[in-house]
Design a protein around this ligand. Structure first.
Ligand code: DCP
Ligand code: MG
Length: 383
């Protein structure tokens, strides 16, 4: 979805009160203005992929589905686990664990090195699907996003449809949380994981929150949890016994946030800053490409795929500044952008020629993309 469409949806009163500020203002909006939103009416969906890197690997090789696998660095190189599938989790294997430790817990664990380019591509495809349902979309990480949806629509049905489409079109599963605000939606998406969804209706917020362990609140890490425990604060119900001034005196800014969260309140809007600012496609070649001619021959195929993606997004090609990415056989890479160049076949070919002249090496991957011109040219995070 283009940012134009998002802003106009908001301006048309999609939030019920004709709220016209863009969500990019969220960071600077004082709380009272954010409260103009009808908090009880908001519908926020949080989507989080199940064991994301592992899901993509299982899609690529279904024989891996029922055996414990992990993506990470080798044990003899002090590697760390990025993630693992659910069979591996039954052995106690977890993200960020040393691979050596994971192998001890699960000796027949299959370790895969990971393919970031492929995961990023699946991530971009996921965000394209989500954008079709969202008034606003905030991508939080490679496998996670918040959607603000039209409060008049059935959020449960939308989450079900999204999950079904992702399963069918991308071959992976995601879990969803549906709630009147971001923090409850995020907690809810974890409630019925994997391949599930959970709804917290406005009428259920009070009950849902009162039994909630404080460590479940995003932002409460192990150090803060320890500190809270010293004051015998374990659940939101415990926090509710404390007056706001005491919470702030003892825990500072976190105390003020805890006061709100313990009542199920979260006025944060979705952050438009995180909206995608570029659209790109890339391809890793089974056999390395040699020389300018072989590389240039790939442009039409990339260009066709890129155009399809741009069309689906609702952006206009002419508004985008083109860039190319080249990854060489030795895993070094170069990117080249030129806002004066046109994002068409000839423009991409000229950029690619210039990029290839930087190095004289065989090419493993080519990518082309377009970026909204006002964005930081160094920000290539969504490639
Ligand atoms: N990741 C990583 N290192 C970590 C944590 C995560 O490289 N310490 C990567 C791998 C994950 C992806 O980020 O697949 C998404 O992280 P999540 O925390 O959402 O974990 P998963 O999607 O793997 O599992 P879950 O089903 O619990 O969401
Ligand atoms: Mg995940």
């Amino acid at each position: 979805m283009s940012s134009d469409r998002i802003v106009s949806a908001v301006a048309e009163g999609a939030f019920g009160q004709g709220y016209t500020a863009s969500a990019a203002d969220a960071a600077v909006l004082p709380e009272p203005q954010a409260e103009q939103l009808p908090a009880q009416k908001r519908k926020v969906i949080h989507i989080d992929c199940d064991c994301f890197f592992a899901s993509v690997e299982m899609r690529e090789n279904p024989a891996l589905r029922d055996v414990p696998i992990a993506i990470g660095g080798a044990a003899d190189r002090c590697g760390v686990i990025a993630t693992c599938n659910y069979p591996a989790r039954t052995f106690g294997v977890r993200s960020a664990m040393a691979t050596a430790q994971a192998k001890k817990l699960c000796p027949h664990l299959q370790l895969l090195p990971g393919r970031m380019a492929l995961y990023r591509e699946v991530s971009a495809q996921l965000m394209d699907i989500l954008a079709q349902y969202a008034l606003q979309l905030e991508q939080v990480s490679v496998d996670e996003a918040y959607l603000e949806i039209d409060p008049e629509l059935n959020a449960t049905a939308i989450a079900e449809e999204i999950r079904q489409r992702v399963r069918e079109e991308l071959g992976i599963t995601v879990s969803a949380g549906i709630a009147p605000n971001k923090f409850l939606a995020k907690i809810a998406s974890d409630w019925n994981k994997p391949d599930g969804q959970w709804v917290v209706k406005p009428s259920q917020v009070d009950e849902f929150v009162s039994g909630l362990a404080l460590k479940k609140i995003p932002g409460i890490g192990p150090a803060m949890e320890k500190k809270l425990t010293l004051y015998k604060l374990h659940t939101c119900a415990d926090v509710r016994q404390w007056p706001l001034v005491e919470l702030v005196r003892t825990f500072g800014r976190t105390g003020a946030i805890l006061y709100e969260r313990a009542q199920g309140i979260d006025h944060r809007l979705l952050n438009n800053e995180r909206l995608r600012k570029s659209i790109s496609v890339e391809r890793t070649y089974a056999q390395d490409l040699n020389g300018e001619y072989e590389c240039l021959q790939q442009i039409p195929e990339l260009w066709e795929r890129w155009q399809e993606r741009v069309e689906r997004s609702g952006w206009r090609t002419s508004a985008l500044a083109p860039f190319v990415k080249v990854k060489f056989a030795d895993f070094t890479q170069t990117t080249l952008a030129d806002s004066h160049e046109e994002a068409n076949g000839e423009g991409f070919a000229r950029l690619l020629q210039l990029a290839l002249r930087r190095e004289n090496k065989a090419v493993r991957l080519l990518g082309i993309g377009g970026r909204l011109p006002e964005t930081d040219p160094n920000q290539m995070s969504l490639f």
